[in-house]
Design a protein around this ligand. Sequence first.
Ligand code: DC
Length: 232
Amino acid sequence: MSEKKIIITIDGWSSCGKSTLAKQLAAKLKYTYIDSGAMYRAITLYFLRNHVDWTDAKAVARALKEIHIEFHYNEQTKSSEILLNGEHVEYLIRELVIAEKVSEVAAIKAVREYAVAQQQLLGAHRAIVMDGRDIGTVVFPNAELKIFMTADNAVRVERRFRELYEKNPNISLEEVKNNLEMRDYIDSHREISPLRKASDAIVLDNTNLFPQEQFQLAYKWAMDKISSTQPS
Ligand code: DC
């Protein structure tokens, strides 16, 4: 009997380490990892580059027709990377100029419909770990394992600052803090699929956890779900 493939969703606040955990789980389980936030970031990059006025619904609809997003697995980095219309944009989309606008773009109904439809297709064969804000609530409400990640604000700001400082030593802690707070606010207060914990999600607060401890915990939850789920 083959092992049942499950869907694992990881939602939570910005800079909680969702993608680190999702990548580790996917690698260990030999599942696909999808960073749904990267899709919203790539759409934001396209809008900025092409001067799309995202307050204009028609302009957004036209632009979305021109956007093609794919994920490719990079054997060297052992992780999936995003391509926007064939261009590798994995690094470009992490810049602060994108972070400053992405929550606004991600709040647009047409953008969410476009991204959610693609995310659901990517999970059609299960065996997937996807992280984001609405994955357990909207994209895969029937996922077998849902994790909701959180950590103290100061810890999140510090982690994000260290990450961005490596690439840009001119960045200030204040800038990072303001951006994080603004994104959390918009993400959790928007009208469509706001960030919230699914009622059946397990909360993982990693303020005082080492990455390895966090991984062991989540991996056990995944294995428990896999062994208690009947193969289809
Ligand atoms: O996870 P991230 O920081 O790369 O996400 C970028 C932005 O996209 C974030 O502000 C929230 C939004 N997002 C979303 O609205 N829904 C998702 N499923 C993933 C991300």
